[in-house]
Design a protein around this ligand. Structure first.
Ligand SMILES: [Zn+2]
Length: 91
């Protein structure tokens, strides 16, 4: 049946870990521009978590996370680099 396959797709909310149908999830683009879809993998938020998001500017946090992610290949490296970046920013 048309659309039945897509409606079974589930995604995981990056905030609470709930599994939600893709059609009911909100896309989250860490680069803050979800209209540019080229070469991107989106993350997802369930509606309650999306509603709790602050929409205030985050003074470069996402840019920082993206920069750290480019340099780190695993979780430990990511956390280590992130800590270094944050400490540098506090000087
Ligand atoms: Zn959630």
């Amino acid at each position: 049946m048309l659309g039945s396959r897509r409606s079974r797709d589930a995604v995981t909310c990056i905030a609470c870990g709930e599994s939600v149908p893709r059609a009911k999830a909100r896309e989250y683009d860490k680069h803050g521009d979800r209209w540019d879809r080229r070469d991107k993998e989106f993350e997802y938020l369930c509606k309650p978590c999306h509603g709790e998001l602050t929409h205030q500017p985050r003074s470069g946090l996402e840019d920082l996370l993206a920069a750290v992610e480019d340099e780190a290949d695993d979780r430990d490296a990511f956390l280590h680099r992130y800590q270094e970046f944050v400490e540098q920013r506090q000087d």
